[in-house]
Design a protein around this ligand. Structure first.
Ligand SMILES: *Cc1c(COP(=O)(O)O)cnc(C)c1O
Length: 418
């Protein structure tokens, strides 16, 4: 850590090639330090403009005629995500439903495509919805769910799969970035191991999309899902995306046979025959307003470019770890996030026995992080709009809270939403 971390923060901001993107987002007050872009990204100005137009002109004036444009939206946003964010080809990604629902659809489709195999592999600390969806599928089909124990700070490693993958495994499901610690999994090596065993892979990219490059194409990864409301700034409840490798699409059928996945949809035929291509994984009428917001968010990310975003994420998290070492280690904090920037995403997680009280004290001091069980303070540093001086300021307030023990006046009992 340099002698003068504030001067260092200013220097890093001056040299930041994507610093200008901060002005593309709404900042309602300059006092708040926002460290939760990995739960809900900020509002882009372009999104507010787009939604106004969509509401006033397309819906308000155009009424049902708007569908001639809206019908393309899921695929249009999918193509921006594919080429500008996820590094795959147009036609491999589409916007639809929620991450949880997409996970169900793709996992079920994958299981149907490997009918002789009776096992699903998942890591023990995958995001809860992933575990629940797979538990439900395994229960409904009488399959064996093999839960690989992983340390809550480590994410899944190739070594964890020793003795787990065999020719009974149909599907392996894992997160690219662990939601709790921010650990980055070796997507390529794990995909290769799963493929060696003849299994399909389903990646949850919720904390990866818009924070790090996702080597789906290089890995030959089969399937993926993810949120648009986190680093992609699509807004609360914006539809999720799903990815299916082009060469696999014709072979897969998803379990919900809806009319938006139907060939020649408006022929209104009486029996289901899925359309060719990625749109066979869509079910029903898409949420148009949320879809526009997801499209605008994806566009900004694509414009900045994933290489620049990932480089800034590594620098922001590195600066946060430097400040932690210099200011917080003596106050009982330990770092849960990997030190190697290639092994983490764009959030930093610290543990502390009083983390829940510290989280509340930070909120009272206009710093917005979040808390994750059991004792984690999660600090999201969304690269598109977080400045190094914001990291400095947030950590300076945290240091003051620890020095004055201001956290001790907050309840130790957790609230419903953390
Ligand atoms: C945020 C998140 C989800 C959320 O799923 P929803 O269906 O949008 O509620 C799923 N998986 C991971 C890894 C997440 O981080």
């Amino acid at each position: 850590m340099p002698d003068d971390p504030l001067a260092r923060a200013h220097e890093l901001d001056r040299d930041d090639p994507i610093a200008g993107f901060r002005d593309r987002f709404m900042h309602a007050d300059e006092e708040t330090v926002y460290f939760d872009g990995n739960s809900l990204g900020r509002l882009p100005h372009a999104t507010r403009d787009r939604l106004r137009t969509a509401v006033d002109e397309e819906w308000g004036a155009g009424l049902v005629r708007g569908w001639s444009r809206w019908i393309e939206l899921a695929r249009q946003a999918g193509d921006v995500l594919a080429t500008g964010v996820l590094g795959v080809d147009p036609g491999e990604v589409v916007l639809a439903d929620s991450t949880s629902v997409n996970l169900y659809k793709l996992a079920a489709a994958a299981l149907d495509a490997r009918p002789g195999r009776r096992a699903i592999v998942v890591e023990s600390d995958n995001f809860p919805t992933d575990l629940y969806v797979l538990q439900g599928l395994a229960a409904a089909r009488g399959l064996d769910l093999r839960v690989v124990p992983v340390g809550i700070d480590d994410g899944l490693t190739v070594a964890d799969l020793d003795g787990v993958l065999d020719d009974d495994v149909a599907l392996l499901c894992a997160s690219h970035i662990a939601y709790r610690s921010g650990a980055r999994t070796d997507l390529r090596a794990i995909t290769a191991r799963a493929h060696d065993a003849g299994a399909l892979t389903l990646w949850d990219l919720s904390h990866a999309a818009g924070s790090v490059p996702t080597p789906l194409r290089e890995a030959g990864a089969d399937l993926a899902v993810g949120c648009t409301y986190k680093y992609l700034n699509g807004g609360p409840g914006a539809p999720a995306f799903l990815y299916v490798r082009a060469g696999l699409q014709a072979e897969l059928r998803q379990p919900i046979w809806g009319w938006f996945g139907q060939r020649d949809q408006f022929a209104m035929g009486s029996s289901y025959e899925p359309v060719d291509g990625i749109e066979r994984f869509v079910v029903g009428t898409p949420p148009v307003l949320g879809g526009y917001a997801a499209l605008e968010g994806a566009r900004i990310t694509a414009e900045a470019g994933m290489a620049a975003i990932a480089a800034k994420g590594a620098a922001l998290t590195g600066f946060a770890l430097d400040l932690t070492d210099a200011w917080l280690a003596g106050h009982g904090f330990a770092v849960a996030t990997p030190r190697d920037p290639a092994r983490r995403g764009a959030h930093v997680t610290l543990h502390h026995p009083r983390a829940w009280q510290v989280t509340q004290a930070l909120l009272a001091a206009a710093v917005v992080p979040d808390f994750r069980t059991p004792d984690r303070l999660r600090i999201g540093l969304a690269p598109l709009y977080t400045r190094f001086v914001d990291v400095y300021e947030g950590f300076a307030r945290l240091r003051r809270i620890m020095e004055t023990r201001a956290y001790s006046s907050f309840p130790a009992e957790r609230s419903r939403v953390t």
